[in-house]
Design a protein around this ligand. Structure first.
Ligand code: WTA
Length: 665
């Protein structure tokens, strides 16, 4: 197993080493929540030895309508946290602050790439009180549309304030949301709507991306045409692009809001009531609807945000910016749910990082004086490529901490981030976690942890992580193993929506009794973890999870494709690119005809799954390399796609001539 985790060429970046170590800057450490390695050790030990005591105390920072009877009930693989407790995620994001006299404090700073009439950046600031009013109004709108506690509300929106309002309104009335990333297309919308049996979609006419309006309403229409489930569609007017409104089904957000009351008390929800479903790619074709519940997710994202980003609400300058889209778990947890209860303003940006120019992010940091900045390695690699001059134009001295998430960060990118963006003075938190984990799992504690470029370092509080063999025994130091979590934590997924067997099969059987993340990892002599990439058929393209089987299914759904195999290969910016090997039903085309078909296939995948999934390379082939037992030799395909020497053992290959043909073609 260790080899499997080790040799994946998808993860080129994780193997480069940088031996320098970076202790926390002294002034940062002196005012941090966790100030020293000893303090972390002591807190961590307590959190895993006495989880009930530790989490019971943490939860008391937040508001409960009724306290819990017991902190944890654990029947592997089912956890219940804060059993019997009644609370509300939205109440803890908004009312708690307003009730504490902080109604006038900024909750969200929103900026769009689109400029206003005088060419000035379009910025909206919403206080906790503003947001509470708007959220309460929209919660009443949802009720008036017939949405009840437990009904799944599909949200397909750009990064606009209404997205935050919509999700918080769902949380307020106990209607789980299912947010679909705006880069997904009609088929993905249909699949998620049908899986969640959702009768309502919230969308917008369009969203801005690099100067163009992405036609979200049109995509939603195409998705709704593929299913008969959706009865209501609420549309925010935002980009003012042309759309069609279907009478009886489609309604304008602003019209519904006009008459709505702004009084809507938060529902007293059970700690284990479903908070949301979020779909993530799996190793088989169908995405998994990951379920998160109210109380545990709330407490865990609150505490990890506080400790990982060392948030200080008493500091009037504190401004946190996570660049993820809310359509991903990173946006759910660290733009909205984990940040608002910490009483620190959160910045939300709609648009591209290079619009109107490649310095847009640095311009935002300078203008708003962002203090904590959280982004993905793929973005950092793009910034490096665009050139230092875009960074050097701006004063980034407001920054105090930098974070990354989504894939291993290669040490070169880490060093560039540290020096060019952080001015060599900001701790970097490389956070490892997953849609399934709800919040950070392995991450530096910025005031306590000595960081090493490329390592996500040590477990978050309450997390018992290990690299093990398939029997669950810890492997030796610096040996690759399967990354597992040995004890339940509050924000762990509660299952896959509608698929109990798949939940058990995916997470609890590879190493019986322990949560397996699907990643390989090793632990070094200092106790730092190094993620070695996926051990299943999931690849991470530009920080986004993609099941290779999903892309294969999309390809075979094209009339001219008989069979397809998809693998990842090292890509300078995206980390991993998508390579597809395709067998046609028709005769093999040549020259221009072949190029036209490849373009068509790439566009087809884009249409089915969204632009992220479009193959970067397509090879048309008459056969695929298979073992005598008929298994596609994926490792061999990875070498071919990467253009490197074949290192796999090809003795079991049925037709050896095929390798040469694939390398040529
Ligand atoms: C990968 C994103 C290395 C990993 C929050 C994981 C990482 C998958 C890191 C989950 C990191 C995420 N270092 N790998 N800091 N963060 N990953 O569900 O393979 O979109 O299993 O959640 O991303 O991706 P997901």
């Amino acid at each position: 197993m260790s080899n499997q985790a080790n040799t994946s060429s998808d993860q080129m970046h994780s193997v480069l080493q940088e031996s320098r170590k970076f202790p926390p800057p002294t002034d940062f450490a002196s005012r941090a929540h966790i100030k020293s390695p000893e303090q972390y050790e002591q807190m961590h030990r307590r959190s895993v030895e006495d989880p009930e005591g530790f989490w019971g105390e943490a939860a008391k920072d937040l508001h409960w309508f009724k306290p819990w009877d017991s902190v944890l009930e654990w029947n592997m693989p089912d956890a219940k946290w804060f059993v019997g407790g009644k609370t509300n995620l939205c109440y803890n994001c908004l009312d708690r602050q307003v009730n504490a006299g902080l109604g006038d404090k900024t909750a969200i700073v929103w900026e769009s790439e689109a400029v206003d009439a005088d060419g000035k950046p379009n910025v909206i600031r919403l206080t906790y009180a503003d947001l509470l009013k708007k959220v309460s109004k929209f919660a009443n709108v949802l009720k008036q549309l017939g949405v009840k506690k437990g009904d799944v509300v599909t949200i397909y929106m750009p990064m606009i304030p209404e997205l935050a309002i919509a999700m918080l309104a769902c949380a307020r009335i106990g209607a789980p949301h299912s947010i679909i990333f705006g880069g997904f297309s009609a088929a993905a919308i249909r699949d998620r709507v049908e899986d969640g049996k959702s009768k309502i979609i919230l969308t917008a006419d369009g969203g801005w991306r690099r100067g163009k309006a992405v036609p979200l309403k049109q995509n939603a229409d195409d998705g709704m045409d593929l299913t008969s489930l959706v009865e209501t569609c609420v549309v925010v007017q935002h980009a003012q692009n042309d759309i069609t409104m279907k009478p009886g089904r489609d309604q304008w957000w602003h019209e519904l809001m006009q008459g709505a009351s702004d009084d809507c008390p938060a529902e007293e929800l059970d700690a284990e009531d479903l908070a949301f479903i979020l779909y993530t790619s799996g190793s088989t074709g169908k995405p998994k609807g990951i379920m998160h519940t109210t109380g545990g997710y709330m407490v865990y994202t609150y505490l990890t945000a506080k400790h990982t980003f060392d948030l200080h609400p008493e500091d009037p300058d504190e401004l946190f910016w996570c660049t993820a889209d809310i359509g991903w778990i990173t946006g759910h947890s660290y733009i909205i749910y984990g940040i608002l209860p910490n009483r620190v303003p959160t910045l939300m940006y709609e648009g591209g990082p290079n619009f109107p120019a490649e310095d847009r992010f640095w311009d935002i940091i300078e203008r708003h004086k962002v203090t904590k900045f959280y982004t993905a390695p793929t973005a950092i690699r793009a910034f490096m490529k665009w050139g230092d001059e875009h960074v050097e134009k701006h004063d980034l001295s407001s920054l105090k901490l930098l974070g990354t998430v989504g894939e291993p960060i290669n040490p070169e990118a880490w060093m560039w981030y540290h020096e060019k963006i952080g001015g060599s003075k900001c701790p970097i938190v490389d956070t490892w976690w997953q849609t399934e984990t709800g919040g950070h799992m392995l991450t530096p504690k910025p005031g306590a942890t000595t960081t090493v470029p490329g390592s996500c370092t040590t477990p978050a509080l309450g997390i018992d992580a290990a690299a093990v063999n398939s029997e669950g025994e810890e492997v030796e130091t610096n040996t690759g193993g399967i990354l597992v979590i040995r004890k339940p934590w509050p924000a762990m997924l509660r299952g896959i929506y509608g698929d109990r067997d798949r939940y058990i099969d995916t997470y609890w059987t590879k190493v019986p009794g322990l949560y397996t993340a699907g990643d390989g990892a090793r632990k070094d002599e200092d106790g730092n973890f190094w993620i070695m990439g996926r051990i299943d058929d999931v690849i991470i393209v530009a920080g986004h999870n993609l099941g290779t089987m999903e892309v294969e299914s999309a390809l075979v759904s094209h009339a001219s494709v008989a069979e397809a195999a998809v693998v990842g290969f090292p890509h300078e910016i995206k980390g991993t690119g998508v390579a597809a090997f395709v067998i046609l039903r028709t005769d093999m085309p040549t020259g221009d005809e072949a190029e036209v078909l490849k373009k068509e296939l790439a566009a087809h995948v884009g249409k089915e799954l969204g632009p992220i999934a479009k193959p970067d390379q397509i090879k048309l082939t008459e056969a695929l390399p298979k073992t005598r037992s008929g298994k596609i030799m994926r490792r061999l395909l990875r070498d071919i796609a990467a253009g490197v020497e074949i290192t796999s053992d090809i003795t079991t290959l049925e037709d050896k001539g095929i390798v040469e043909k694939l390398q040529r073609g």
